[in-house]
Design a protein around this ligand. Structure first.
Ligand code: NDP
Length: 292
């Protein structure tokens, strides 16, 4: 079997076009132009790149981006104070605090300070708590895991009753991805660095989400024939044939796994583009919710 390749770039593009149309409709009908505030603390180069990409995507979707930068030595009070100001600003519908925060800052307290109506990243403890509870619905869910579910559905995976395995239990990807799968009525196993018999566990999965940050660790013979495989990992491996000296690979050995799976996401061009698309979608929804 050769797997269908799930084109995350294409799906993300469709979502972004949908958001842009919804924004223009809202504005044409006298509603507000959605605004996303980005808060960047410190000078982590990767964080700067991510925020730049998010702001560019906002502009393309007609969403106003309001950017704030604080120095790496900003106090807890200062960061939380900025978040509280943004909570009060009617032009701001979504607040994104770029993680990780510099060491010494209490990340959970900062996330808790965000108004849950503006928590477009879905990391507020109340939104995460609702995600974990039966019969409760979060207002927003973390964007990368939301993108994974969207891709699974687009690929035609049947989630209800499926055996799903999630590799990784981080707050931003693995755990919320597992909780979203439970909400879709899948039966979920969460694996991590202390899990025994990882390959065997993966082989039972109808749906496999890999989010461990280990280059091509999931081999083809870990994949159940006909499984749906979502590869969240982004890893650099040395490659002298590339001008920049490296290439990006996922957590799954793509060439092997695609011979076994029903459908699989590539890296790059799979989950990656979905994160920003889901963030734009959440921001537009936040603005819609704020309308009288
Ligand atoms: P973390 O490092 O926070 O978490 C990694 C998880 O994988 C942990 O739960 C860890 O277990 C587990 N793990 C690590 N090594 C192994 C192993 N050998 N066997 C089994 N489990 C293992 O990473 P993130 O969740 O933040 O990110 C995961 C990957 O996804 C990264 O490559 C990252 O770059 C990528 N990513 C991609 C995004 C996108 O496409 N937009 C967004 C975010 C992340 P334990 O808990 O026991 O330590």
């Amino acid at each position: 079997m050769t797997a269908a390749i799930i084109d995350g770039k294409q799906v993300a593009e469709e979502i972004r076009e949908g958001v842009a149309k919804a924004v223009e409709k809202m504005v044409a009908e006298g509603g507000p132009r959605p605004g996303l505030a980005t808060v960047l603390v410190g000078d982590n180069p990767a964080s700067h790149t991510y925020v730049r990409m998010k702001r560019k995507a906002c502009a393309e979707a007609g969403i106003e981006s309001i950017h704030h930068e604080l120095p790496a030595d900003a106090t807890q009070e200062k960061v939380e104070g900025l978040v509280r100001e943004l909570n009060k600003d009617p032009k701001v519908h979504g607040i994104l605090v770029q993680l990780p925060l510099p060491a010494g800052l209490d990340e959970e307290a900062v996330l808790r300070a965000i108004d849950i109506e503006k928590d477009v990243d879905g990391f507020h403890p109340i939104n995460i708590g609702r995600l974990a509870q039966k019969g409760r619905d979060p207002l927003f869910v973390p964007c990368t895991p939301a993108g994974c579910i969207k891709l699974l559905k687009k690929a035609g995976a049947k989630l209800e009753g499926a055996k799903a395995v999630v590799l990784g239990r981080s707050n931003i990807v693995g755990m919320p991805a597992a909780l979203l799968l439970v909400k879709e009525n899948a039966t979920v196993t969460i694996c991590h660095s202390r899990t025994k018999n990882l390959a065997e566990t993966c082989r039972e999965a109808d749906v496999l989400i890999a989010a461990i940050g280990r280059a091509e660790m999931v081999r083809g013979d870990w994949v159940k024939p006909g499984a749906y495989v979502i590869d969240v990992g982004i890893n650099r491996v040395d490659d002298d044939t590339k001008k920049r000296g490296y290439r990006l690979v996922g957590d799954v050995a793509f060439e092997e796994a695609k011979e076994v799976a029903a459908a699989i996401t590539p890296v790059p061009g799979g989950v990656g583009p979905m994160t920003i698309a889901m963030l734009l979608d959440a921001t537009q929804r936040a603005a819609q919710r704020a309308m009288p």
